[in-house]
Design a protein around this ligand. Sequence first.
Ligand SMILES: Nc1ncnc2c1ncn2[C@@H]1O[C@H](COP(=O)(O)OP(=O)(O)O)[C@@H](O)[C@H]1O
Ligand SMILES: [Mg+2]
Length: 247
Amino acid sequence: MASVLEARDVFRFHEVEGRPVPILRGVSFALEPGTFTTIMGPSGSGKSTLLHLLAGLDLPSAGEIWLAGACLSRLDEEERTRLRRRQVGFVFQFFNLLPDLTVRENVELPLRIAGEDPAAHRDRIDGLLGRLGIEELARRLPRRLSGGEMQRVSIARALAARPPLLLCDEPTGNLSSKAGEEIVALLREVGGAFAATVLLVTHNPRDAAAGQRVLFLKDGVLDPRHALTGEGLRAADVFSRLQELGI
Ligand SMILES: Nc1ncnc2c1ncn2[C@@H]1O[C@H](COP(=O)(O)OP(=O)(O)O)[C@@H](O)[C@H]1O
Ligand SMILES: [Mg+2]
């Protein structure tokens, strides 16, 4: 089966006080279509750095990222942007909704950016709002929503242009425990319903346990041999693996 996304021995250095510091030191993994994978790593371990590389927002210092059959480093910026818009939906910790647009306008934004007329997709967008339980909020502005509601809106926005891949950067990091649990359950559900491949990065063992596969990022290395796999993983399974790995 062809992978949706593949990282091959990816390195990324960041400039700290004028010196290059390795953040990712040989990260390799692949995502198979329709799977729900999580990456567990402590704060500062390079999760956001990795997601930016996977989405082609930034390029690796060494190694390759393959998205939908293309090696991102071999594309120019414009080609990467075009590929990202078609292939990737992004869900952020801080929602990143536009404050002056209504919920519906925020959700429709990726279609407008892709040069499509949202009116032509009205039924589908209504279905998406319904599926995420936010149809009643469609005319509201983001500031009148709770954190959990804002995150539902941003998931709807991420799915609006029907990308095959959803990348989620600590999507519960700014939510209460209960709202966070609901958001992770929703991501699993919509991943299945819309046949999207989902990658969620988190420092929260409970969120990580929602994955069919949990990868662990430690000291810039993501060793697939340390992964947990299986349905119905529990936070306790993730905790024990963290202890075994000394994270
Ligand atoms: N643009 C940057 N320039 C320099 N250092 C950075 C940059 N982005 C992140 N870092 C550093 O890289 C490390 C990993 O950051 P990040 O990827 O945000 O981790 P995480 O998302 O797991 O918390 C941190 O030490 C952070 O300070
Ligand atoms: Mg981060």
